[in-house]
Design a protein around this ligand. Structure first.
Ligand code: HEM
Length: 391
């Protein structure tokens, strides 16, 4: 067992004791109500967080050079796959906003990833990411310099709650991370005063690091943070694997077995996901400003709004893998009707863009949005065959 895991488990033990002594409760109410509240000092933390993120990307690059600069988190891709995102005519009028407004099928890219700042063997416990990019949406997007980007991104991991509540806490967390110290934040820089430790965050952080699944195609992924659904509602979203998706037996001692499984699986099978939204019930404990509070399905169930289909395909080629690394996903690629809300999302607006610009600049690659399934980011329309499918 590696040292980091031992420390985490020791911390987990302390958390279990703390929980039994009722130091914290998973059900605890948030200090926030269900609306939007932007603390005046929040913006002052964001520049520091971007510097820490850039420092992390630089540190990882030093350890993996001559590989290109990568994302500071979700550094390891398991593959980028082509998909379609089909929105049916929705019965409930209060769901018909943004890309869910009317029936339409979008071409999409999906990047599967592991959350760590460094590429590591898939057997190491980690969060797994599923980032979806719909292309050619017909409304302007929220990023001022990319209003015509045409992208609606949905960014998720395979856990239903985030482990840090606010931007202020995130700043402290990132300072220790950028120094290469994975656990300093949770133990208040290893302060002997255990009342200063972040038990709840440690517990939630530890539960985010999950054993590798048999397949990335049989997981459920969640947004964790909240979004608008039209002018008067907030929601979270989730992609749930169809029951018909299966996994293929591969050698899970191999470091990249999740990619191998995805590749072998999709070379003979198609897969699908139900894309669902969970509306906030304002009379329940469903805050948008505290991402550590799980929105309970018993307070508001998820409702299906689209079907994601991943056709049979060969994705694991050097060209497609390079294309995949040069994509940029952010919750802020999207329309006003689906605006990201809450402090953690406000923070993500500047950080995703900052880190993406940094790595594209270092790698000398132009940062552009894809317009279709062809492996080009030159903004020209992609050639298609008679069925409209990119060969
Ligand atoms: C709240 C829930 C969050 C979720 C579900 C989430 C999920 C993800 C996923 C799946 C990716 C990989 C996207 C890809 O495949 O390119 C990603 C990338 C990234 N995340 Fe998050 N994340 C969250 C919060 C945060 C926070 C709080 C920060 C820091 C402020 C952050 C910073 C980043 C950065 C910098 C990238 C790489 C951006 C790029 O270079 O393109 N994330 N995130």
């Amino acid at each position: 067992m590696n040292t980091a895991l031992k420390i985490l488990l020791a911390g987990g033990g302390v958390v279990a004791v703390a929980a039994s002594l009722n130091f914290f409760s998973e059900e605890e109410a948030s200090e926030f109500h269900n609306g939007i509240y932007e603390p005046p000092e929040e913006k002052t933390y964001i520049a520091d967080i971007i510097s820490s993120a850039v420092a992390m990307s630089t540190r990882s690059h030093k350890l993996t050079a001559p590989a290109p600069y990568r994302r500071d988190v979700h550094a390891k891709a398991h593959g980028c796959v082509k998909a379609t995102f089909s929105v049916p005519e929705l019965n409930q009028p209060n769901l018909r906003y943004g890309v869910f407004k009317e029936p339409r099928e979008y071409q999409a890219w999906i990047r599967y990833s592991s959350g760590d700042t460094m590429p590591q063997p898939d057997s190491v416990r980690d969060a797994r990411g599923m980032a979806i990019k719909l292309m050619n949406i017909d409304s302007p997007t929220l990023l001022k310099d990319k209003q015509n980007a045409g992208s609606q991104d949905f960014v998720m991991i395979n856990n239903d709650v985030f482990f840090i509540p606010t931007v202020k806490e995130y700043k402290t967390f990132m300072q220790t991370q950028a120094q290469g110290d994975k656990f300093g934040y949770f133990f208040d820089n290893f302060n002997w005063n255990i009342f200063k430790w972040h038990y709840r965050q440690l517990y939630l952080g530890a539960s985010t690091l999950k054993a590798a699944p048999d397949s990335l195609l049989t997981e459920r992924y969640y947004s964790l943070s909240a979004y608008r659904l039209g002018p008067e509602q907030f929601m979270k979203y989730s992609a749930k694997a169809c029951d018909s998706n299966t996994s293929i037996k591969v050698d899970d001692d191999k470091p990249n077995f999740l990619r191998t499984e995805l590749s072998e699986n999709l070379s003979s099978n198609a897969a699908c996901f139900d894309f669902m939204v969970q509306l906030q019930n304002p009379s329940k404990n469903m805050p948008v400003e505290d991402t550590t509070v799980r929105w309970k399905e018993s307070d508001s169930p998820f409702v299906k709004v689209a079907r994601i289909t991943i056709p049979k395909q060969q994705f694991d080629t050097p060209e497609q893998n390079a294309f995949c690394e040069n994509l940029s996903f952010t919750p802020w690629h999207g329309t006003q009707d689906l605006e990201p809300v809450g402090g953690i999302n406000r923070l993500r607006k500047a950080v995703y863009d900052g880190v993406s610009r940094f790595r594209h600049g270092k790698n000398n690659v132009e940062k552009q949005e894809p317009q279709g399934w062809c492996l080009s980011l030159d903004g020209k329309p992609c050639p298609t065959n008679n069925e409209g499918v990119v060969p």
